[in-house]
Design a protein around this ligand. Structure first.
Ligand SMILES: *Cc1c(COP(=O)(O)O)cnc(C)c1O
Length: 416
């Protein structure tokens, strides 16, 4: 029966519908041609040229470049060195110099080499190089009230069964949009053994905690020995079911995923890792390779994007980012709405913008490429999902739904 149907009128209707569906991809495919990706030959060529320039300025070798500790030690944190790599006006140099005092500035040679020096609006540059926009004094310093969610040691606890360990304030790069700016301070500061041990004791004494996130700062700013102490201590607590890392090093320092880290992490599974890609240009061959190594070591990867004006506030850029992530076996997990944090307000978008992007994605691309859009409720009240309206009306009898294409359908609320 079914075969017969498909061969007849059914096939005709299916073909017509398929054509209609294919038309839904036109906007994206046209836009995509103009959205650069980190694996594009032009991006790779520019990176290689900038890398050569940086190696000369910093006096390094190819082997140095591939060494994450060399990258960390040679982070660019002053306007004069930066001016040798990017074209900076005297005013810009002065601004960077002054702002670096208020909000710490440092970028790895690797990430700096991704910037197009000829484009003042480059999204990679917007995320890494200070501008005068940061001196805008509006916004709050701690909108999530993290100060009041610290029951012990270095813990942030805001949820019933999981919590965060802030193991360092160090990062490979200080993102200009950082929502935890107030914690960065002026120097890298790993936490003490005592503070760690106090935190482990808290987790041991609160066995409802089954999921522990190791973050900071950037968890992977610590070296492998320090991380192993944390992992082995957590694994010694029976109630800890899963461990997660929060790190942006896949993006800013992909050489951090070294053999030592991979061999170690395999001893402590299940270990998940969430990272923070914001633009398809960040998915370079090096970053993709770091993702592949982690997948091979059995680590499920997720991405937490932040919606940022001038970086990714565009439905097609987000779609392209999510496609590149899926290709690299990274599941888009969250899109965060940028909060009103002092010194970052120029990155804020409207919630309308975020909802429009979410409405665009649903239906037009794989569910695997659609993260949850999250607003962190003020006062530390937690992650709150924001969703376009799909329920138009709901009574005890029926629900009226809007499909991804905007068609209205009715469905009984309950069958009996
Ligand atoms: C984000 C966050 C978590 C993890 O939340 P998930 O939704 O499970 O990813 C846990 N604790 C704190 C304090 C957080 O901010």
């Amino acid at each position: 029966m079914a075969t017969q149907n498909t061969a007849g009128r059914g096939r005709e209707i299916s073909l017509e519908r398929a054509g209609e569906l294919a038309d839904y991809t036109t906007g994206y495919r046209e836009a995509k041609a103009h959205i650069p990706r980190g694996t594009d030959p032009a991006c790779i060529k520019r990176y290689e040229a900038q890398k050569a320039k940086l190696l000369t300025v910093l006096g390094g070798t190819e082997a140095d470049w591939a060494d994450w500790k060399w990258q960390m030690k040679h982070r660019i944190d002053d306007a004069d060195t930066l001016a040798q790599i990017l074209d900076l006006s005297e005013t810009e140099k002065q601004e960077i110099h002054e702002l670096g005092v208020t909000y710490r500035f440092a970028v790895t040679p690797y990430y700096l080499a991704l910037i197009d020096p000829a484009d003042p609006k480059d999204p990679i540059r917007a995320m890494s190089v200070p501008t005068a926009l940061e001196s805008d004094d509006s916004g709050e310093s701690d909108p999530m009230a993290e100060e009041f969610t610290n029951p012990a040691g270095i813990i942030t606890r805001r949820y019933p069964d999981r919590l965060i360990l802030n193991v360092t304030n160090a990062c490979a790069m200080f993102c200009r949009h950082c929502q935890r700016r107030r914690r960065i301070g002026d120097a890298d500061c790993d936490v003490s053994r005592a503070a760690l041990d106090e935190s482990f004791a808290y987790i041991r004494n609160n066995p409802e905690v089954r999921d522990v996130l190791i973050t900071g700062g950037d968890a992977l700013a610590l070296d492998n020995d320090q991380l192993e102490y944390i992992l082995s201590s957590l694994r010694a607590i029976e109630s800890v079911e899963m461990i997660r890392f929060g790190t942006r090093t896949l993006v800013t320092l992909p050489m951090r995923i070294d053999e030592g880290f991979l061999a170690m992490i395999e001893q402590y599974h299940p270990v998940y890792l969430n990272t923070h890609f914001n633009h398809p240009r960040e998915l370079t061959p090096q970053a993709v390779q770091a993702c592949a190594k982690l997948c091979k070591a059995g680590v499920p990867l997720g991405n937490q994007m932040v919606l940022l004006e001038g970086v990714n506030n565009d439905k097609y850029v987000v779609q392209s980012l999510n496609h590149e992530l899926c290709k690299a076996r990274v599941r888009p997990y969250y899109i965060f709405h940028a909060k009103h944090v002092k010194g970052t307000t120029h990155f804020c978008t409207s919630i309308d913008d975020g909802l429009e992007i979410m409405a665009h994605l649903r239906g037009r691309t794989s569910g695997m490429a659609i993260p949850t859009y999250i607003l962190n409720a003020p006062g530390g009240l937690g992650k709150t999902p924001l969703l376009p309206e799909y329920i138009v009306e709901r009574t005890s009898e029926k629900v009226t739904l809007r499909t991804w294409e905007g068609k209205l359908v009715e469905y009984p609320n309950a069958v009996n």
